[in-house]
Write a protein that binds this ligand. Structure first.
Ligand SMILES: NC(=O)C1=CN([C@@H]2O[C@H](COP(=O)(O)OP(=O)(O)OC[C@H]3O[C@@H](n4cnc5c(N)ncnc54)[C@H](OP(=O)(O)O)[C@@H]3O)[C@@H](O)[C@H]2O)C=CC1
Ligand SMILES: N[C@@H](C=O)C(=O)O
Length: 261
């Protein structure tokens, strides 16, 4: 059996750093991507010493076209890479009318464009191999766009829809595709004062979150919500959505919209 090599974006901190730790414990070689090279190097040194796996570091700002292209090329061309964790993401937006448009562009570039392009770079190889892993970190805010800010949840709804579609396209070819929807997770994405104001029963430790997500991956789940006590609730939500399908595209407008002369 070939040894896995997993490329993890946003691996210098938080959720991505714990994925790196957990995949190293599973014996996978790693390629760690983020902007802060020194943090990546420190983590890589620890993982090499702990696990005997090979760990490479790529310093890249995935919201910048040149850096993104560099990582894309690696995913496209390196046959040793068997998995991708699209984890890098930012939040941090204020009310929509107050947020700098340039910040929103950067948010969309990282949370949507990079996820799409990196997935596109690796997917053909995984499909051709009939094996491999693609994990996309979205958020429970994908399911509650009315309960947060405007653009961040929309980026996460994109990643959820995108991943569900990839699951259909690639899942049948032997590729494991998983959307992970963390709830509030204790990481630096939350400013200390924000975190202090959150109800403790709603905040998950990052190690617990990642271990749960990997348990979901091992169970073959397409969508994993680490905090959701009963997966039947997710099944019911997906079934209600599917029940709309036969009536979403019809020749006639619904009677309530029909124009009478
Ligand atoms: N924590 C939470 O409550 C939740 C988080 N999520 C999602 O989980 C993912 C990880 O977040 P989390 O671990 O909490 O956040 P952190 O802020 O702790 O980590 C974010 C990671 O992304 C990297 N990153 C940020 N910007 C860029 C960039 N432009 N290019 C490359 N890497 C970048 C950071 O590294 P560096 O600064 O070195 O580039 C860091 O490694 C995100 O997609 C987030 O939306 C989803 C739901 C809840
Ligand atoms: N990342 C979190 C917000 O900042 C979330 O998705 O809940």
């Amino acid at each position: 059996m070939t040894q896995d090599t997993i490329l993890i974006t946003g691996a210098s901190d938080g959720i991505g750093a714990v994925y790196a730790d957990r995949f190293a414990r599973r014996g996978a070689n790693l390629i760690l991507v983020a902007r802060r090279a020194e943090k990546l190097e420190a983590l890589a040194a620890r993982l090499r010493a702990d696990g005997g796996v090979s760990v490479e570091v790529i310093a890249a700002d995935l919201s910048q076209a040149d850096d993104l292209a560099r990582v894309e090329a690696r995913l496209r061309d390196d046959d040793a890479i068997t998995g991708l964790v699209n984890n890098a993401g930012i939040a941090g937006e204020q009310a929509f009318v107050e947020t700098d448009p340039a910040y929103l562009t950067g948010l969309i570039d990282l949370n949507i464009l990079a996820v799409t392009r990196l997935s596109r770079a690796i997917a053909p190889r995984l499909a051709a191999r009939g094996a491999g892993t693609l994990i996309n970190i979205t958020s429970v805010t994908a399911l509650m766009p009315d309960g947060f800010t405007a653009v961040y949840p929309a980026t996460k709804a994109y990643v959820l829809a995108f991943t569900e579609a990839l699951q259909v396209e690639l899942g049948g070819k032997g590729v494991k595709v998983q959307a992970v929807l963390p709830g509030i997770t204790r990481t630096a994405i939350w400013a200390a004062e924000q975190m202090a104001g959150l109800p403790p029963h709603m905040v998950m430790d990052v190690e617990v979150m990642v271990d749960a997500a990997l348990a979901g991956l091992d169970m073959g789940e397409a969508i994993t919500i680490p905090a959701l006590p009963d997966n039947a609730d997710l099944d019911a939500y997906l079934a209600a959505r599917a029940a709309l399908r036969p009536n979403l595209s019809l020749k006639d407008a619904a009677p309530r919209y029909r124009v009478t002369a």
